[in-house]
Design a protein around this ligand. Structure first.
Ligand code: TRP
Length: 338
């Protein structure tokens, strides 16, 4: 399906990912990267640190979050030999391309972009002026994202639902530029949204999300993971009472991580009244730990030896840059008739 395609994944360095991010975003992105070369394509994977400064102004925090996200992807199996792995801010062509794209970005697109709209809605709810605390970085966020996408001639951008609109904006801007200069200066990207990717419920049954405080942590010690898993909501029915597994949250979470055999074992045990909540929580705990054990060790290694990671990121930027340079040149040649 991705044969010969250039795939681009961007991640913002925002806070520590949890199990839901790992299963729903990190693992699938790593798999795409590891398959891209075999399918005759390319995979660009970058950390969107320019996007992050709109919200995070503390340099140390920003740096720590960037480090953490780089180590998490590497620990989860991202291979810098197979993916172009780099920081957005190490590609100076990105802000240059952004400037050209601005001239083709209708202001109305930005008014409608969901990140900006969400911020306005929040202000209204709080009885504040619409644009209170909103900077131009947030407002023009989709144009910078369009530059990321268009710079590397991306065909496909795998995204979560909330980012679909941004890819469409990138496509519209590229289309407008190509039409104006009557030339295929920019590749038109499409988004890819995978319906099968796990949406993992949190310990309270709502979608696992840091803002709900219902997460199962990722690369922390067994004790913290156990604590989160044992806080998963259950009821007071006795073990012997047969239960419908689909109504049990532990089982729902287990679905996103267990093998079919493991899942059947838990399902049968619940239906037959042979497994209690303590048992199934331990089964989930074992599965989570088995899943992340190796990655956690690697994560700790990379965090302690970040110079190695920095080196990979610099090499990645060097490899990624020529595509962005070529795009910028095509644009400047056309725009200025040089
Ligand atoms: N906006 C994306 C997010 O919040 C991050 C991002 C920035 C991105 N530039 C991108 C994603 C380009 C895909 C392609 O998750």
């Amino acid at each position: 399906m991705f044969e010969g395609k250039t795939i681009l994944t961007g991640v913002k360095p925002t806070g520590t990912p949890h199990l839901g991010n790992y299963l729903g975003a990190i693992k699938p992105a790593v798999a795409l990267g590891n398959n891209a070369l075999e399918q005759g394509g390319k995979h660009y994977m970058f950390i969107a640190d320019y996007h992050a400064i709109n919200a995070e102004k503390n340099p140390e925090v920003l740096n720590a979050k960037t480090k953490e996200i780089a180590c998490i992807y590497l620990a989860s199996g991202l291979n810098p030999e197979k993916s172009f792995f780099f920081r957005q801010s190490d590609i100076p062509e990105i802000p240059e391309i952004t400037t050209i794209l601005y001239a083709y970005t209708p202001k109305g697109f930005m008014n409608k972009a969901h990140a900006y709209k969400a911020a306005v809605d929040k202000n209204r709810e709080a009885g504040k002026p619409d644009d209170d605390g909103i900077n131009m970085g947030l407002y023009t966020y989709p144009t910078l994202m369009a530059a990321d996408i268009l710079a590397y001639d991306s065909d496909i951008v795998p995204v979560g639902k909330d980012q679909v609109q941004h890819v469409e904006i990138a496509r519209d801007i590229a289309g407008a530029i190509n039409a104006h200069y009557n030339k295929e200066l920019l590749k038109l990207p499409t988004y890819y949204f995978d319906d099968n990717v796990a949406v993992v419920p949190g310990v309270d049954g709502r979608k696992m999300s840091k803002s709900y405080g219902n997460v199962i942590p990722l690369f922390e010690d067994d004790k913290s993971i156990k604590k989160a898993i044992f806080s998963i909501k259950t009821d007071s029915r006795p073990m012997e009472e047969p239960k419908n597994p689909d109504e049990i949250l532990v089982y729902e979470i287990y679905k996103s991580i267990a093998t079919p055999e493991q899942l059947k074992e838990m399902g049968d045990g619940l239906r037959q009244g042979k497994l209690g909540y303590g048992h199934i929580k331990n089964m989930l705990l074992d599965a989570v730990i088995a899943e992340i054990k190796e990655a956690r060790e690697k994560y700790n290694y990379y965090m302690a030896n970040f110079n190695e990671v920095e080196d990979m990121l610099q090499k990645g930027a060097e490899k990624a840059r020529p595509a962005a340079q070529a795009t910028l040149k095509r644009l400047k040649d056309a725009v200025f008739s040089r």
